[in-house]
Design a protein around this ligand. Structure first.
Ligand SMILES: [Zn+2]
Length: 257
C-alpha cells in the first residue's frame, strides 16, 4: 500500500477529510474535487485482487447473460451515434477496457466493428474467449497493454468503452494517458464510474455499496472526472442520466493530437 499525501490526479496537497474507518481515510482534493483513499493500493495489491478475491466469485458474473448482451447492444448503439463521421461504420475499431465476460465486445462484433477486450481477471478472459470467438481478448491491465501495444496511428481505436474500472486505478494520470494514447484522433470514449457527487450517496459512506477501499481507491464526481479527461486530451460531450450514483460520460479525443 502507498501512503497518499497529495491528490494522485492534480498533485494538490490541500484537501478535506470526507470519511475514515480506522484503516482508510477518504480525502477530497481541494484542487480538482477528486476523492482518493489513503493509503492507495500498490501493484501487488492490484494483482492480488484479481488472482484471489475475485477469481472464485467471477463465475457468478456470467449469469443473466441475455440481459447483459441486451444492455451492451444498447450501449454500443449509443456509442455508434458519436463515432467520428469520417470512419466507415463497418471499419470502426472498438476497445473494451475491463471487458468482463466479453459482452460489449460481442455486441460491437455484431455491429460489424473489429472489437478487442482487455481484463486483468483470467477467468473473465477465458470465458470471453470461449463464448465470443469473433472478438479479440487480452489478459492485461490497461497500462501494460498500452505500453506493449506500440500501435501505429492507423491502428488506434475509434471507440473505447471503460465501465467501472477507473475507480480501481491508483494512478489516474497513467490510466487516462493510456486511454488517450490508444484512442484515434476524434475517437469516442464512453466511461462509467461511481459518482461521489450524486445526491443519492449516503452521508455515511459505509452505507454506500460503491464505497469499498482499497479496491475502489478513487471516487470521482462529474467535475473531477471532466478535469482529468480534459487534461489528457478528451473533450467531455455528454453525461447520460443516472438514477443510481454513477457517472456515464461520453467524451471525444481531440483530433489535432
Ligand atoms: Zn486533485
Amino acid at each position: 500500500m502507498i501512503k497518499a499525501d497529495q491528490c494522485p490526479a492534480c498533485g494538490d496537497k490541500a484537501r478535506t477529510r470526507r470519511f475514515a474507518d480506522g484503516t482508510f481515510t477518504l480525502w477530497i482534493c481541494k484542487g480538482c474535487n477528486l476523492g482518493y483513499c489513503d493509503p492507495l493500493p500498490d501493484r501487488a495489491r492490484l494483482e492480488e485482487a484479481y488472482t484471489d478475491a475475485y477469481a472464485g466469485a467471477t463465475e457468478g458474473y456470467f449469469s443473466k447473460v441475455d440481459r447483459k448482451l441486451a444492455r451492451s447492444r444498447g450501449r454500443v448503439r449509443h456509442m455508434a451515434r458519436y463515432l467520428n463521421p469520417t470512419i466507415p461504420k463497418n471499419a470502426a475499431r472498438f476497445l473494451d477496457v475491463g471487458c468482463n465476460g466479453g459482452f460489449m465486445v460481442q455486441a460491437a462484433v455484431e455491429r460489424g466493428f473489429a472489437a478487442h477486450g482487455l481484463d486483468p481477471d483470467p477467468v473473465s478472459i477465458a470465458y470471453a474467449k470461449a463464448h465470443y470467438p469473433k472478438g479479440h481478448f487480452t489478459h492485461s491491465f490497461l497500462e501494460d497493454f498500452q505500453a506493449r501495444a506500440g500501435l501505429q496511428s492507423d491502428e488506434r481505436f475509434d471507440a473505447i468503452y471503460c465501465s467501472e474500472v477507473i475507480e480501481h486505478a491508483p494512478d489516474p494520470n497513467a490510466f487516462a494517458a493510456a486511454l488517450a494514447s490508444l484512442a484515434a484522433p476524434g475517437a469516442v470514449l464512453y466511461l462509467t464510474t461511481p459518482d461521489l457527487g450524486h445526491l443519492m450517496v449516503p452521508k455515511n459512506l459505509a452505507k454506500w455499496d460503491a464505497y469499498c477501499p482499497p479496491d475502489h481507491c478513487l471516487y470521482f464526481s462529474r467535475t473531477s472526472l471532466g478535469a482529468l479527461l480534459s487534461r489528457h486530451g478528451f473533450t467531455p460531450m455528454a453525461f447520460r442520466l443516472a438514477i443510481k450514483p454513477g457517472i456515464k460520460i461520453l467524451a471525444r479525443r481531440i483530433s489535432h493530437l
